[in-house]
Write a protein that binds this ligand. Structure first.
Ligand code: UDX
Length: 462
């Protein structure tokens, strides 16, 4: 089939390469000429495991090409996937739909034959139906496109796998012919028995935001439990393991730490709540405000722990932050908890050095005020405090003895519960892991005061 993929960000670039891998002829379109040049050369413009190989293969096969022109897309393809961003609107919680609107209207105006426009971007419920009307009014007579919604559930870091072998497909359609086209697009995936849900446009839009809301809620739930654990000296990681054994609960997405970030969960739950209010069902989604607030409190908690380590005064203290990406195996720093905390430490007067295996260039662009080091050893040398905020394998598998020999003080805040506290403590480290009792070497044990006040605990170990 001849397919265009419009918007080649984290979602669209992988989708375009994935569609070519499935055997289709694909034209990827983006207004960013630099990005398009990189993609056309078969190079991934961002860090995503496996994407470089997939792109190179697609381009070499001749099935994958790129352009900056919507007119090219209209001339080339019969199916157009819309993958442009829907960021948070400046000054509000709502989604900013101007890119989606512009692409649908612009593409429809250039169409020369009937086509199917398939939305993949995450949008407020009701958008697809509005876009269908927009496309119909923008198109020339006789070539009004059909519109379908096919939400995307890919996780950064696993985007290639999630695109080629998704755990489910959702087709929001208005008519049988749109469904037939989507079945042809995904024939290879469907042949493998992938669960598929064919539904109306509104349900398809809601599936996406409901899924992200549930995931965010699950993370904030365990982080709420972490707050309670911190108050009483309990261990949230054991609690998560124990409740996670219950198949109705499940252990996935119960990792307590500094909370969620990235380009999706935060802005999606805010936009969903805002949409709920517009629809008169604001109360039904009000819990999402608490999910968001709990997530923010975890970032503050790391700042409080770091400050408590220096009796409340971070001025001039050398703090090394491990991680800048919002999660491992990604160079994405959008709404990254790691970078948020690093900036906060800097604002409190600390001399901050950030290390990340992949995200330093992106981090430097948005937070040039911070210090950066490319080498882990250089990053930690002379540090008075380490703060781990992205659980890269390089940190999880680092030798705590070696790191202890490089730092000034062997004290670490584990903001992701990623470190083996027994190993690190044996190597001389004092480990403050979120939602767990402080773990200190035997020669360095300060009496642990069991109290309902987390502040008192910090004082006891500071
Ligand atoms: C998410 C959804 O998972 C995906 O289905 C959707 O298409 C886009 O949004 P992504 O943003 O790539 O994907 O990241 P995800 O793996 O969901 O992690 C989001 C954030 O939550 C990260 O910052 C991660 O560190 C954090 N997280 C995740 C936790 O704090 N604890 C957990 O247990 C899991």
């Amino acid at each position: 089939m001849k397919i265009s993929v419009i918007g080649t960000g984290y979602l669209g670039a992988v989708h375009a390469a994935g569609m070519a891998e499935l055997g289709h002829e694909v034209l990827g379109v983006d207004s960013d000429a630099h990005k398009i040049a990189e993609l056309a050369a078969g190079r991934a413009p961002f860090h995503e495991p496996g994407l470089g190989e997939l792109l190179a293969r697609g381009v070499a096969s001749g099935r994958l090409s790129f352009s900056t022109s919507l007119e090219d897309a209209a001339a080339f393809a019969d199916v157009h996937f819309v993958c442009v961003g829907t960021p948070q609107e400046p000054g509000s919680d709502r989604a900013d739909l101007r890119f989606v609107d512009a692409v649908v209207a612009g593409l429809a105006a250039h169409l020369v034959r009937p086509a199917l426009i398939v939305g993949k971007s995450t949008v407020p419920v009701g958008t697809a139906r509005r876009l269908a009307a927009l496309a119909a009014s923008a198109a020339r007579p006789g070539v009004a496109p059909a519109l379908a919604w096919n939400p995307e559930f890919l996780r950064e870091g696993f985007a290639v796998e999630d695109t080629l072998a998704p755990d489910r497909l959702v087709f929001g359609v208005d008519d049988a012919s749109s469904e037939a086209v989507l079945r042809e697009v995904y024939a290879t995936v469907l042949d493998r028995g992938t669960p598929t849900h064919v539904t109306d446009l509104e349900t398809a839009e809601l599936v996406k935001v409901a899924a992200n809301s549930f995931l965010a809620t699950k993370i904030s739930f365990i982080n709420s439990m972490a707050e309670v654990c911190e108050a009483v000296g309990a261990d949230v990681t054991v609690l998560a393991d124990a409740i996670g054994e219950d198949a109705r609960i499940g252990r996935k997405f119960l990792n307590a730490g500094v909370g969620f970030g990235g380009g999706c969960l935060g802005k999606d739950i805010r936009a969903f709540r805002a949409r709920g209010h517009e629809l008169g069902v604001g109360q039904a989604l009000e819990f999402l405000a608490e999910v968001d607030a709990t997530n923010d409190r975890r970032r503050q908690r790391v700042l409080d722990l770091a400050a408590a380590r220096f009796d409340g005064d971070l001025v001039g203290r050398r703090v090394t932050v491990l991680g800048a990406a919002f999660k491992p195996d990604s160079d994405d720093v959008r709404d990254s908890p790691a970078l948020h905390v690093a900036r906060g430490l800097h604002d409190l007067g600390a001399v901050v050095t950030v290390h990340d295996p992949a995200a330093v260039d992106n981090a430097r662009r948005v937070a040039p005020q911070l210090g950066y080091a490319d080498d882990l050893g250089d990053a930690v040398a002379g540090a008075e405090l380490l703060v781990l905020l992205t659980e890269w394998r390089q940190y999880r598998e680092a030798d705590p003895r070696l790191l202890a020999s490089l730092v000034e003080d062997a004290v670490v805040v584990d903001g992701r519960n990623a470190l083996d506290t027994t190993l690190w403590t044996a190597a001389g480290w004092t480990v403050h892991a979120l939602g767990r009792p402080v773990s200190a070497p035997v020669w360095n044990v300060t009496p642990f005061v069991e109290t309902a006040s987390p502040v008192r605990q910090e004082e006891a170990v500071a």
